[in-house]
Design a protein. Structure first.
Length: 320
């Protein structure tokens, strides 16, 4: 069993939905492996004379929806003294998030394994990074130019338009050529051409087979995907937007996509990644705080948190 010290940076643990929270699954698995857990929020991170520090609190977790955590008193700690730090803060990916990755990168320089790696969190925008794998994606345009967006929609007849930040299906629009609302949607997304946005060919398979989340742990896919089927009155395959999550085995195309993307991300320190797949095409590469583990664990008797913590232990051993 491990005697490692693991810190987690996350949103307030008081507010999580225990039945769905992947971070809780990770922490439970780490605790079972003997990790000593410590809890921080974004506001607890700071730099002092180049040293990454934090106001951490010892944490105990329970698989109990009535009482899922207990915290002890706050202490100030050098972040580099932890064996591993999980960065599990949800988007939005804003300047505050970027500043936190700088602090965590100093912690990495000073001895801690940070997962996912701070530099990767900064470099791999979840929508734009699909451009590194065009063979895996449907036609996609990233631009500020509304005329080019209109031409893209006209070319494909129907498209999905969304901002480059955010999560949970926020500000995602389905636009059709000839729809009089298209102009105002594109104006809103780009702030009249002053912000980049992304437009992708609409994939009608989402209505039947859903938006599948394929989890990739240290370069290897979990053998089941969580297909998120939109509700009857919504286009979005996001659980936060009311979609229903139904597990299914990976198919040959899923495994191809994971083989194209997973190893390259693992090489760059991204140990827990979620690929969003619609109709056999990757639409997003989620690196900040992918979810879906608890649902798959429940449906298929898995322990994805344990798979992940095993990867963390191997990386700690390799660094030593």
């Amino acid at each position: 069993m491990s005697a490692h010290r693991l810190a987690v940076v996350m949103d307030p643990i008081t507010d999580i939905k225990t039945a769905k929270d992947t971070t809780l699954a990770m922490l439970l698995a780490a605790q079972r492996r003997g990790f000593e857990l410590h809890y921080l929020e974004m506001g607890d991170l700071f730099l002092r004379d180049g040293v990454a520090c934090g106001h951490s609190r010892p944490l105990t977790v329970y698989d109990d929806p009535a009482r899922w955590f207990a915290l002890e008193g706050r202490r100030t700690t050098r972040l580099g003294d932890f064996d591993a730090i999980l960065m599990r803060k949800d988007p939005p990916f804003d300047t505050e998030y970027i500043y936190a990755t700088y602090i965590l990168e100093r912690a990495e320089d000073q001895g801690a394994l940070v997962v996912n790696r701070p530099r990767g969190l900064r470099d791999m925008n979840e929508k734009v990074y699909t451009a590194w794998f065009p063979q895996c994606c449907a036609p996609t345009l990233v631009t500020r130019d509304m005329a080019d967006m209109h031409a893209f929609v006209a070319e494909h007849g129907k498209a999905v338009a969304k901002p480059l930040h955010g999560m949970g299906g926020r500000s995602i629009f389905v636009v059709e050529h000839g729809d009089k609302n298209t102009a105002v949607i594109l104006e809103t997304l780009t702030d009249y051409g002053s912000r980049y946005a992304i437009v992708q060919r609409y994939l009608p398979e989402i209505a039947v087979t859903g938006d599948a989340r394929v989890l990739v742990v240290d370069g290897e896919p979990v053998p089941y995907a969580l297909a998120r089927i939109p509700s009857g009155d919504d286009n979005r395959g996001n659980l936060a937007a009311g979609a229903t999550g139904i597990g299914r085995p990976l198919d040959e195309r899923d495994r191809f996509l994971a083989a194209q993307i997973g190893p390259r991300l693992a090489e760059q320190g991204m140990l827990f990644v979620g690929l969003d797949v619609i109709g056999g095409f990757v639409t997003e590469i989620n690196v900040t705080s992918p979810t879906g583990a608890r649902e798959l664990d429940k449906q298929f008797g898995l322990d994805i948190g344990a798979l992940f913590i095993g990867a963390v232990e191997r990386r700690i051993a390799a660094r030593a």
